[in-house]
Design a protein around this ligand. Structure first.
Ligand code: GDP
Ligand code: IMO
Ligand code: MG
Length: 426
């Protein structure tokens, strides 16, 4: 079955949007299956920049069916605003299909995300405050509200009443906040219903039918492997499984639907929010990488923490996702350095770790072991073929392949579609 998945290999913002958009040209369908509007995917087409949170990046092509799967936490207000924004820019969004089983992000989820973060003080996770964690928590507690519920007024009210009852207790008694009013929520959400109904579908059936008919389906990852609630740097993670397994669950397809799984990795490392980050650069060094890489959050505008490439993390991501290959992005950002540090392992208490240590306390305290590779100090943003890269840049890519254990078959040297070098295997 012709399914391809693009999965973030680090802590998100690896360039999934750019590559999804690029791949989408060849695709019939592009599916978002995980996360919600905590994602921020940037696509640059000529002078136009699109920042998508919920919509699949394939939506820009008229021949692509964009799909939002059951695994997505859907904020309907954000969705409609995003659709309107694209419509205003001349994009036809009518092909969109959204799973009836997608869980809705409700106003109380956002409110709880904000107050719990505040309550955690210096232990806060640094979430995007989009209500994603509380929405997935309600899903797991079986008091979530799904898109399909919006079309049965009685059921919807009943479900929201149940969920809101304990939320209001928590908000007022624990956090000293005002309770939320059910009627206001009903009014807001029913006002969305008529605009969304036409998009609602059995997206699992749609996707499987497309695969059966040998259509090309692309599964667009959100977040990244190290933000996975099971495999990431818990508790500094998101509340879903943005890895390949989660992609299947969130799209309603079996594992054999993914016959090509590409890890998207930045040529260095960034993360937003709290949590361990062994190769992080601080002070001027970190600020410089942030500046040249323009590492500011798409969704929240927050500074991204920046550091050198961490290969044990990429190896880990290969293991968790069964990557066939990598796409290495933002290689151009490293062009100015005369030498480049690459983390090949860690050290803690006199012990060497070649793999990511499973114990979180160890990961918090490890020192990275670096190898130093020569830089190329040449502008590579105009390269159109892999062979045009300077030798040092190719050596950097080869070093990644050797340590990560799978080939790098795509190298990205700028935000534009054309700034992508496909190797013979891609
Ligand atoms: P995503 O969340 O994985 O889709 O990534 P984001 O869109 O949040 O962040 C990636 C940023 O890097 C965006 O601003 C992209 O336009 C930009 N970008 C992607 N690939 C490249 C590249 O190869 N070089 C440069 N300079 N920028 C890139
Ligand atoms: P894309 O798809 C980077 C991070 C947040 C925070 C943690 C939990 O653009 O790569 P959440 O709001 O999900 O409960 O926050 O996860 N995070 C992301 N970081 N890129 C993302 O998405 C992210 N989505 C969530 O910063 O540390
Ligand atoms: Mg992003």
């Amino acid at each position: 079955m012709p399914g391809t998945a693009l999965i973030g290999a680090q802590w998100g913002d690896e360039g999934k949007g750019k590559l999804t958009d690029l791949f989408a040209e060849q695709m019939d369908m592009v599916v978002r299956a995980t996360g919600g509007d905590n994602a921020g995917h940037t696509i640059v087409v000529g002078d136009e920049t699109y920042k998508l949170r919920l919509l699949p990046s394939g939506i820009l092509y008229p021949h692509v069916v964009p799909v939002i799967g059951n695994g997505v936490a859907l904020n309907p207000g954000v969705l409609l605003a995003e659709l309107q924004g694209l419509t205003d820019r001349g994009i036809n969004v009518s092909r969109l299909r959204i799973s009836a089983n997608a869980h809705l992000v409700m106003p109380y989820h956002r409110e709880l995300d904000k107050v719990t973060e505040r309550f955690l003080g210096r232990n806060k996770l640094g979430t995007t405050k989009r209500g994603i964690g509380p929405a997935y928590a309600d899903k797991a507690r079986r008091i979530g509200v799904r898109l399909q519920d919006l079309f049965d007024e009685k059921i919807f009210r009943q479900k929201v009443e149940i969920a809101l009852k304990d939320k209001n207790q928590i908000l007022t008694k624990l956090y000293n906040r005002m309770p939320l009013d059910i009627d206001a929520i009903m009014e807001e959400y029913f006002s969305y219903a008529s605009s969304i109904e036409k998009y609602m579908a059995d997206t699992s059936l749609l996707t499987n039918d497309a695969l059966k008919a040998q259509q090309k389906v692309l599964f667009e990852g959100a977040q990244g492997t190290l933000l996975d609630i099971d495999h990431g740097t818990y508790p500094y993670v998101t509340s879903s499984n943005p890895t390949a397994g989660g992609m299947c669950v969130g799209a309603g397809v079996g594992p054999r639907a993914l016959n090509r799984i590409v890890g998207i990795a930045k040529a260095y490392t960034t993360r937003v929010g709290g949590g361990p980050f062994p190769t992080e650069l601080f002070g001027e060094e970190g600020a410089h990488l942030r500046k040249i890489g323009r590492e500011f959050g798409t969704v929240t505008g927050r500074d991204r923490r920046c550091g050198w490439l961490d290969l044990p993390i990429l190896r880990f991501a290969v293991r968790i996702n069964s990557f066939n290959s990598f796409a290495l992005t933002k290689l151009d950002i490293l062009s100015e350095f005369d030498s480049l540090k690459v983390c090949v392992g860690y050290e803690y208490n006199g012990k060497r770790y070649d793999e990511m240590p499973f114990h979180q306390s160890v990961l918090h305290h490890v020192s990275p072991l670096y190898e130093i590779l020569p830089g190329w100090q040449t502008d590579i943003t105009q390269c159109t073929e892999y062979d045009q890269l300077p030798k040092e840049a190719m050596d950097y890519v080869a070093f990644v392949e050797e340590h990560a254990g799978v080939p790098v078959d795509i190298v990205s040297v700028g935000p534009e579609r054309a700034q992508t070098l496909l190797r013979k295997t891609a």
